[in-house]
Design a protein. Structure first.
Ligand code: SF4
Ligand code: SF4
Length: 359
């Protein structure tokens, strides 16, 4: 990683922390910090991605602002995480999108919705776009299956490739050696349970100095909701190509049940995380990054809500236009994925893997 003001500030913070060590039971950052006397820029990129932003060390710290030392790890680590996503983004010219992330996400969403709707209006006869369709293949009377597969596959495939390349670059930059299987299993467990949001057992500081698990639960609802929606789409693909059954499927079919539960989970998770950002103490937060955080959460919320609305109106004349809007938001999400805060999960897994190998 490059030397930046945030890297210099984190180094200053950690030199104080390394002498103090009061927070060593809070998360994986402090045991990893204690293994070092000096902090290189890649070390700080690694430690910043190990931090889950629970804020526990900020409220516990006797040297936090207004103390003249001004120790504020959650804030400076959030800035370094953002710099690491930018530095290792692929292809590199796209890294500039991180600088205007909130704007990019909003514009991408608006453009994709407009494009899908204009495409549907131009290519689909009005009586099909605004007509009620029922039975197998009803969705494809509005937007052909091949068009959906081509658009979704191309954007999601590119997103996966871009994230994979950027994560490999990050992994190479922070280094680390040792066994693989056991540390990876531990890292995966810690990532999936958000262990570091637990603040050492008493929960994190969701809004202020008091402890709780609200943020962790909302994050779980969003992440596992997203995974259920992904499972729903994957199983629907098997239904289509293996069982030769066309969507829409019955209300009690596996794709619909998984998609509905996932959509509700994502809606609750996104709305809850937005609420926590609005009511939470802003002192341990980097205000510069807030716009991007809100934009991504709102886009995820719109994907989930339009998916649920589509389920509710799928047998009515509103289906065509709702499908076009939902598809637009999904495509915008896929396009924004590699250049948004959504990459944090993969970066955290790599950092947790390195931490598990060190101990
Ligand atoms: S955050 Fe503050 S209390 Fe915690 S280890 Fe660092 S200096 Fe000590
Ligand atoms: S995970 Fe929490 S305790 Fe650990 S460094 Fe980040 S904010 Fe501090």
């Amino acid at each position: 990683m490059r030397e930046t003001d945030a890297i210099a500030e984190a180094r200053r913070n950690l030199e104080v922390c390394n002498a103090c060590r009061y927070c060593e039971g809070y998360c994986a950052v402090f045991p990893a910090m204690e293994l070092r006397r000096e902090f290189t820029a890649p070390d700080l990129g690694y430690l910043a991605n190990l931090c889950h932003g629970c804020r526990g060390c900020y409220y516990a710290c006797q040297y936090a602002p207004p103390h003249e030392f001004g120790i504020n790890l959650p804030k400076v680590f959030a800035e370094i995480r953002d710099e690491s996503y930018r530095e290792y983004a692929w292809p590199q010219p796209m890294a500039r999108l991180f600088e205007r992330n909130g704007t990019v996400v909003s514009v991408a969403a608006a453009l994709m919705v407009a494009l899908v709707m204009i495409g549907a209006a131009l290519l689909v006869a009005p009586e099909r776009l605004f007509g009620a369709h029922q039975g197998a293949g009803a969705f494809y009377a509005v937007i052909p299956h091949n068009v959906m597969v081509l658009l979704g596959g191309a954007t999601f495939g590119f997103a996966l490739l871009a994230i994979a390349v950027s994560v490999v670059k990050f992994r190479h930059a922070i280094g680390g050696e040792g066994p693989v299987a056991k540390p990876f299993a531990k890292a995966l467990h810690d990532a999936l349970t958000l262990k570091n949001l637990g603040g050492g057992g008493h929960g994190c500081n969701d809004r202020d100095g008091s402890f709780g698990t609200t943020r962790r639960r909302f994050h779980h609802a969003l992440f596992y909701g997203f995974m259920l929606c992904f499972a729903s789409t994957s199983i629907a693909t098997l239904y289509h190509y293996v069982l030769r059954e066309q969507a829409p499927y019955g209300l009690l079919s596996l794709p619909v049940v998984l998609g509905t539960v996932g959509g509700i989970g994502m809606t609750i998770g996104c709305a809850g995380l937005i609420w926590l950002k609005v009511v939470g103490d802003s002192a341990p937060v980097s205000r510069r990054l807030l716009g991007a955080d809100y934009a991504m959460l709102v886009l995820l919320l719109l994907v989930a809500v339009t998916g649920l609305v589509l389920l509710a109106v799928r047998a009515t004349p509103a289906m065509g236009i709702t499908l076009a809007i939902h598809l637009g938001f999904v495509l915008a999400l896929f396009l924004a994925l590699p250049y948004s805060r959504m990459v944090h999960g993969a970066y955290r897994l790599v950092a947790l893997f390195r931490a598990a190998r060190e101990h």
